[in-house]
Design a protein. Sequence first.
Lengths: 253, 249, 264
Amino acid sequence: MDKRLHKIALIEVVAVAAVWQILAALQWLPEYLSSPLVIGRELLAMAASGDLFANAAASLYRSVTGFLLVAVSGIVLGIAAGYFKPVGTFFTPIVDVLNPVPKIALLPILMVWFGISDTTRVLLIFLTAFFPCFIATQDGVHGVRQVYVWAAQNMGAGRMQILRKVVLPAALPKIFDGLRVSLGLTFVMMFSAEMIGSSNGLGLGFLILTADMAGRTDLMFVSIFIIALLGFLFDRILLAVRARLLWWSENRG
Amino acid sequence: MKKGWNVLVQYQSLIWIVAAWELVAFVHIMPERLFPSLAKVVAVSFDLISSGLLMENLPATLLRVSAGFALAIVVGVPLGLLMSRSALLNDVMQPMFSLGYPIPRVALYPILVFILGLGSASKITLIFIECLFPIVLNTYYGATRVGKLYLWAGQNMGASRSQIFWRVLLPATLPSIFTGLKMALPLAFIIAVLTEMIGSTVGMGYLLSYMSASLMQEKVLACVLLITLVGYLLNLLLQAVSRKYVYWQ
Amino acid sequence: MQTKTPAIEIEKLGKVYTRGKEEVTAIQEVSLQIPEGKFVSIVGPSGCGKSTFLHIVGGFIPKFTGTVRIRGKEVDKPGPDRGMMFQESALFPWKNIYDNVAWGLEVQGVEKAKRDEIVEHYLKLVNLWDFRHHLPAELSGGMKQRISLARVLAFNPDVLLMDEPFGALDAQTREKMQVELQRIWQESNKSVMFVTHDIDEAVFLSDIVVVFSGRPAVIKEIIEVDFPRPRSLDVHKTQKFSELRNHIWDLLHQDHHKLGEDDF
């Protein structure tokens, strides 16, 4: 089913690109909507000159750093909060108060405190993506069926053993659901942070800004394309990791 | 007495944080305008309301959120329902939504601005696109998961296809539709604020930039507080509506 | 049987499923006639296809061979002439009890006054009139099935089809429901096709018990049960009851040595 979806998606993308190109060639489209051929040409030029790699790498560096921080802290704290009741009760008020805050609104004050730097951007990513991961992990641990734990206790397992060998595997599906949402948010926040805190640095968000100011919509489209591609790719990577770790599960997705 | 103590223990994490913050602010480790006391922030929030700044900007944001959100519902719910009924339509549209999900749609904003300008149009369009995804997907999954027993019972009692659609499929899908709405509304609000922070002349996001230009962080944080409250109230409103229409769960 | 038009006439009904490249025959050419006003049970080993059989008669499963006729008229789609009681509650959770029972009548355009009359009659018949404003989620399993029965009687179908309606209930509730069902059935006088795996239930309730074989399903034997009505639960204790029961049990267990790979 998945393969079929991919095939149809490919056909649709090609079809849209073809129609777009034809309309552009016939000059029925406004200049600023560019055309696949022009965009493709710029893409290759940027790839050849190394610009593409430099910008993408910078954006990816921020995203991956942020995501790893989120994943490690979110999962560790989430497990602790789900498994040990006092820890859970401790964190609940914080999450209840901080989660509803639209983190993008914190960008201005973060920029004041930490400057227009990668620290600010990674912090923003962290603050935004932490919660889905933490909450999903906590829920996942909570939701492990009582009978599994009882069976393990019956067979003489200790608390930490049960955590490692029973609770963790059973909570993994939910944990991955949380990670998937966090990954999506990571890319969104990386991009937003780059777009808003304008500067002369490297990054796909900056690229769009500079292209915008120069009126180069073709470069803007290149940037959008690369971001979309990266978002899609990393999601697939995450899903592959999930499938590998959850080889035993019926709902491998 | 014991009850009061229990409440304190339960909320201790918040109490610690607030206490630590106020201490840092009090001791002036950082200049006051950079690190304001939380009490000051709350006070300034009231100022923002009474000075009318809030009311100057809130309607614009609410308008954009409502417009984008409503459009997404009007297009998304029927689309999701139709996709569940028609294999052909599903084949065409499903790849877009399932595979397009991890693509950051905010990346489209600059292009939208190029085409539609910096006003509300580009913002509403982005909100619409963003909200479409959770609404269509949740509606679709809800409709396909409607227990076939309900559909069979309807047919058994002599209902026509149209009656089954409106009187069985739709109510049975309603819980999932609301799940999609509950996911989409916060997104709508966040995107509205985000887009207003970039070159806008009105709105909560603009207010935030405006406060930020004053270099007085208590104003900035006050604005953050108000933005959070508005978002929170919007979600509360949706929850109330959801409870009214999905009263059977 | 009788020369009158049977309530349900099934002629050479067959159903074959294709699983990938394999073809599995679920039902193999079953012919059966159910006379007007009789209560007929179908028993068979688990997975033998008796439920599928019932759903085909109900019109919920397309693509079958053979014909199904209700009072002489051929049918192949769902419709209000065959009232179906499902194994799981199919009461609409978003409507209260009253509206659930009235639903079939509403949808067919019966005017309000007549609707109210019918709904009241059947809700009182199943002794749940006091619960008419409750939501299904607030009722127990037994109560939900009684409401399902009221709902299915309300739109006055020609015949009743029941798919192990008491299968999800505990043993004691089940017995009570059997007595209730008999009482209500006698008042309504409908022709019933009742699927169950519970032999005692089949013998207690029915005029005729049809025994299906294992997959592919064919009719092994048709047994008449002529205890006088109304039957009390004491009938379980009679010699005749045991004989019938044991006979059916033997028929069902004849195939047991043939347990196949997919029986578990």
